[in-house]
Every structure is written in C-alpha cells, then in structure tokens.
Design a protein around this ligand. Sequence first.
Ligand code: NAI
Length: 461
Amino acid sequence: MSYDVIVIGSGPGGYVAAIRCAQLGLKTACVEGRETLGGTCLNVGCIPSKALLHASHQLHEAQNNFSKMGLNSEKISVDWNKMQDYKKEVIEGNTKGIEFLFKKNKIDWIKGWATIPSIGNVKVNDQTYETKNIIIASGSEPSSLPGVEIDEKIIVSSTGALELKEIPKRMVIIGAGVIGLELGSVYSRLGSEVTVLEYMDYITPGLDSELQKTFQRILKKQGIKFIMGAAVQSVAGNKNNANVLYHKNSDGSEHSIAADIVLVATGRKPFIDGMGIKELGIKVSEQGHIETDNKWKTSVNGIYAIGDAIQGPMLAHKAEDEGIATAEIIAGKHGHVNYALVPGVIYTSPEVATVGKTEDELKSSEKDYKVGKFMFLGNGRAKANFAADGFVKILADTKTDRILGAHIIGPAAGDLIHELCMAMEFGAAAQDVALTCHAHPTYSEAIREAALACGDGSIHA
Ligand code: NAI
C-alpha cells in the first residue's frame, strides 16, 4: 500500500495535519497506537481536564453564588463516579468526532505503533506502507523528577490525576505550572486540601509577572496553599499515601509533607522513542526535541515533525497550526505559523490568557511602551455574574500605539484574548480597538476599556 503522506500520531497536530493533507488531494493515512484517536489532548489532557474543570466550577457556583441569586437548593453533593462517566462521555464524543472526520476525508486510520525502518517506509504490526512523506506528530509524555517514581495510583502524573478512584483528602502538587494549577483547582473545588510546592518564588513561569501575582492571590483566596522556593527531593509512597521531601531554597532546610495523592506536574518531554528516529539519523536536540527547519523538515528528506515533539510551547493549537502549515508545504503551498502570536490560556476560574510580549520582556528590551489596564470590577456583566476579579492589560508601543502584548485574568479570558490576537495579526493600534463598537453588556467591553486606557483614558474607571 502506498500513500502521499503518512502521519504518525493522531493528536491535535497529527489529525489536523492529516485532514488538511486529504483536503489538499493527498492520499493520507494516520497511524495511532491508542484505542481511540485524538492523542493526549482528547484522551488524557485538555478535554477531560476541561470536563472536570467545568463540573467542579458548577459545584463552586452552586455552593457560593446560587443563594445570592435567590436559588435555593438542597445541599449539593458530588457523585464522583457519575462525574467520571460524564468525563468519559465527553472524551468519547470528541474522539468519535475525529473518527467521523477521518472517514469523511477518506483518511485511513492504521491502528498500531509506527516505526520508520527507512526513508519512504512506515511499518505498523509487520505491515510496511510506502509513503512519499512522513509527518511525525508523536507528542509528549510527562517528565518526572529524579527520586520520584510515578505509579499513577498514589504518585500520579496528569493522566492518573484525571482518573483517581476517589477525591483525595490531601493532595500535594509538585509544580505551579499550568497542569498543577488547573488540576489543583479541580480538586480544591471538590473538597481536597491542596498544597502546591513550587521551586521558583513565583507561579506559572513565563507569564507576565503582574498576572502571576494576581493569579496566585486569587488561588490562595480560593483555598489553595502554596509553598514557594521549595525544591522537591524525593517522594516515598506506599499503598495508601505518600511523603514528599523538599528543601527550602532560601536556607537549605529540609521539610516533608504527607499526602494521599501526589501530582507530579513538573513539565512534559517529547515522546519520540521507539520509532527508529535516531537510527535514521534524524537530528534530535539535547533537550530531546526533533530538530526541524522553518518548514518543519527534519534533517532527513521527506520526513517532517510538528507539535510537542519539536521545540516551542507544548500547546495543542500550536501543533494544529504546524499541522496545517506542513500539509500545505507538502502540497506545494506556503505554510506559515506566526509564533509571536500563539496565545496561552489557563482554564482555571478566573481564566488566564495571554498573547505577545509580557511587560517584563518589554522592560528588559528597553522598548518605550504604555500600559492600558482595566479592572473587571468596572464591567457590569462581570459584576452581575460574580466574576469581577481580574483585569485586562494591553501593552502598546508609545510612539506608534501598535499593540505589543495583551494579558487577561478574568471571566472568559480564554475566549476574549482572540480579539486581541486578531488585532495584533493585523498590526492594529490600541486606538483601532478603542474605536471599535463593543456590544453592551459584554465581558469584551473590558478589552475596549483597556484599549481606551492606552489613549485618553477608559470610561468606567
Ligand atoms: P510547566 O513547565 O508549565 O510547570 C512546571 C513547574 O514545575 C514549574 O513552575 C517549575 O518551576 C516547577 N518545578 C520543576 N521542578 C521542580 C521541583 N523539583 N520542585 C518544585 N517545583 C518544580 O509544566 P506542566 O504544568 O507540567 O505542563 C506541561 C506542559 O503542558 C506545558 O508546556 C504546558 O504549557 C502544557 N499544558 C498546557 C495546558 C493549557 O494550555 N491550558 C494545560 C496543560 C498542559
């Protein structure tokens, strides 16, 4: 059997690449070893975590805000098994959706784990398929710490944390990154006592530092405990619980903390073993990423790589964009990804969303910039919805007014950010956003107000 393109991996990078290849008239197959399509994101990542975030957010609303609106219900309780069933249904709906899209686009799903025995060949379960091009979209896997062995029962990665047998009483999370804080929010809302141990003195490395501070303050108010400057040394687990040993960076003192569940959320690493990549001579960086040029070509002709397997932020939408661009390049078109404008979103409550330069980056680049900031407290819709914590911050060039970065912490931030992504794609000035009519009452008025604050001032502040 022979193809124009075989994509290895069916996560957001791989399945999107396969669909675009097929749409562009290329005979396409996608190899996936899991039982279902969709990769980490749909099966054990973005989608199931969003289901649990949604359910636990509803619980939080019911417990904290329903009575304020005159909605009196009996004491609400959590049926953990039912919540797990809901999560499974959400996963199934999404993974089956990809299966449908594959059929619709006449993409062959080759079931099994792929190896690349030689250029132009992909082998799956003793069957070898010929192909003109290969796109490696094999994703990433959790990376642990030395001295910490993940058993996915007591000491878990995000995968295990999504399907715990019961809601733990005490959960310790190692790492205050995106995974730690999203899943920490879920379990904190469900009643667990959540403590986050973080090596740095701030949470979510890379985020604008003003957002980091506000975000941490809000999470603390929600009941999450933080131990900062804590370097985890080891975790000793048994059948029922675990003990986490850490050093305080400030004075080297040794401490320990007991937990029923320990979530290790200290980052992910490319998942590229077992395909024969090194044997083929495909260059791999010291950090374990497949190296590519700016057209996603590896060092071996006819083999491309995208998504978490290569450098850059490990984000589903970055992988999707690379998938589309690579398909277009293989079809002889001009694929392009604007890495400067890849948004980042943290799906806690409130949400955190960011695009472009942070204020810290602008300060260190000595660029003349101005800040337009608007608090959601001045937004009528946010106040009505008990969601007035947070702000929109727009950073613009002092001379040209061009928007350089945008940072939001507040309701629906993950959706709101796209107005600013779009504005920045078109090279907009803050005034362009300020002059755009925004419907009232909406959260997006806060964006316009922040843009107004870059000029003569916002109205409701
Ligand atoms: P991360 O890199 O975002 O955060 C890891 C944290 O662990 C850092 O703050 C780091 O300082 C800390 N840490 C490392 N070693 C430590 C030690 N020995 N003791 C204490 N703290 C330590 O990694 P995370 O949260 O695991 O996420 C992995 C990847 O998945 C990221 O690239 C993230 O962007 C992506 N992801 C994105 C999501 C989203 O876009 N909403 C959701 C989930 C994951």
